[in-house]
Design a protein around this ligand. Structure first.
Ligand SMILES: CC(C)(COP(=O)(O)OP(=O)(O)OC[C@H]1O[C@@H](n2cnc3c(N)ncnc32)[C@H](O)[C@@H]1OP(=O)(O)O)[C@@H](O)C(=O)NCCC(=O)NCCS
Length: 204
């Protein structure tokens, strides 16, 4: 947890933060390389990133539970939605003539010049197709437009997929929190993005 946010009544974070960035990196990495990878879809017309709605919470919770060992609750997502400093988005995919399906989500918050990425997950069979990058780019661009110049996050050292995603957008490791995660216990790497705007790709 980033102490600078504690004094300003942040969103429901203590348990969610531990859970959120503690995703089963190894498990997710394994699943994402399981062969379901029909190709990139970033920029494809069927992919849309939009603000999360209350009606998305059930699908977000389901994806959260399948992605993390110690998931946020539905009420954590609902209360996050009510907080003005929270930026919560979903990625949905729509084939022609079908209902859109939620394939990913991201939760961040912005406070003045600083932000924090609290949670991101992409449905396993949609991973490695650019969805996480589109979600992250949207958050960085929105934060940048809101005057945010520094964004922090925590990630498990074992979560190679997430670290590669963040490194590709200019996040750098700036610290380590001992025994930060539970289930399984693990340190957290603290990553920071310093507003290297050249690394924020165009929105999909
Ligand atoms: C981390 C996660 C959100 C990435 O989402 P994604 O949609 O698969 O990511 P993208 O397809 O947009 O990949 C963007 C870049 O991230 C890196 N990356 C993503 N998955 C990777 C993997 N399994 N192995 C290595 N690099 C990976 C690559 O650099 C990739 O770019 P490339 O495809 O051009 O090589 C996804 O793996 C996930 O939901 N994991 C489970 C939840 C989790 O761990 N969340 C993060 C908590 S900190």
């Amino acid at each position: 947890m980033d102490e600078r946010f504690q004094s300003t009544d942040p969103p429901p974070r203590p348990s969610p933060m531990i859970k959120a960035e503690g995703g089963l990196g190894t498990k997710a990495d394994t699943r994402s390389s399981a062969g379901v990878n029909p190709g990139p879809m970033a920029g494809a017309p069927g992919l849309r990133v939009r603000p999360a709605l209350e009606s998305d919470v059930a699908a977000i919770e389901a994806l959260e539970q399948s992605s993390f060992s110690d998931p946020w609750s539905a009420s954590s997502f609902r209360s996050s939605l009510e907080r003005p400093e929270v930026h919560m988005t979903v990625a949905e995919w729509r084939d022609e003539g079908t209902e859109p399906i939620l394939v990913g989500y991201m939760v961040a918050w912005f406070m003045g010049p600083e932000g924090e990425i609290a949670n991101i997950a992409v449905e396993a069979s949609w991973q490695r197709r650019g969805v996480g990058a589109v979600l992250l780019d949207e958050v960085l661009a929105t934060g940048q437009a809101a005057g945010v110049d520094t964004i922090y996050l925590e990630v498990r050292p074992s979560n190679a997929a997430a670290q590669a995603l963040y490194a590709g957008r200019g996040f750098r490791t700036v610290g380590r929190r001992r025994n930060y995660y539970l289930d399984p216990p693990e340190d957290a790497l603290v990553l920071r993005w310093d507003g290297d705007h050249s690394l924020v790709r165009a929105r999909a």
